[in-house]
Ligand binder design. Structure first.
Ligand code: FES
Length: 157
């Protein structure tokens, strides 16, 4: 695992990102995506800097980070399992699968246990093969509890 960056290094990198993206129309989302790409999540300490540089309120930045499921407010585990929560997958058992995953890991969505982060995602374009999931960036269709257990066991979870 890469060593943690100092708070100063995080802010310096964020400042560079804001400078690179500030000229875009509607720069907040691209900036937040770039910050997450740089650090793996959007560190709380970057929010005041982003707000000040864009001349918007901190509450506005925080609202966007918490509204979009793509943004993490804490570092993810080594593995990320995203379960589709959209309608077609729900009709194919996604709710029960989500309950199973939460119970097995002992966390809710956005939680991390045993180096696995559980996240919701809303439609992976695999609606006919639900429940669908994204496991470390790989799309998995027709996921059931047994297959999910195998995947998690493979991660040591
Ligand atoms: S609804 Fe789950 S992949 Fe489309």
């Amino acid at each position: 695992m890469a060593p943690a960056l100092s708070a100063e290094a995080v802010l310096n990198r964020t400042d560079d990102i804001v400078t690179e993206q500030a000229g875009l129309e509607g720069p907040l989302l691209p900036i937040l995506h770039a910050v997450q790409a740089a650090f793996g999540y959007v560190p709380q300490e970057t929010l005041p800097l982003i707000a000040d540089r864009l001349n918007i309120s901190r509450a506005e930045v925080h609202g966007v980070v918490s509204f979009y499921h793509d943004f993490r407010e804490a570092p993810a585990g080594k593995h990320v399992v995203k379960l589709c929560r959209a309608e077609a997958c729900q009709a194919q058992g996604a709710d029960a699968l989500a309950d199973h995953a939460k119970a097995r890991l002992g966390v809710d969505f956005h939680g991390t246990a045993k180096d696995v982060t559980l996240e919701p995602v809303f439609c992976l374009g695999l609606c006919a093969c639900g429940p669908a999931a994204l496991v470390d960036g790989r799309v998995v269709g027709r996921l059931d509890a047994a297959r999910l257990d195998e995947i998690l066991a493979g991660f040591g979870a």
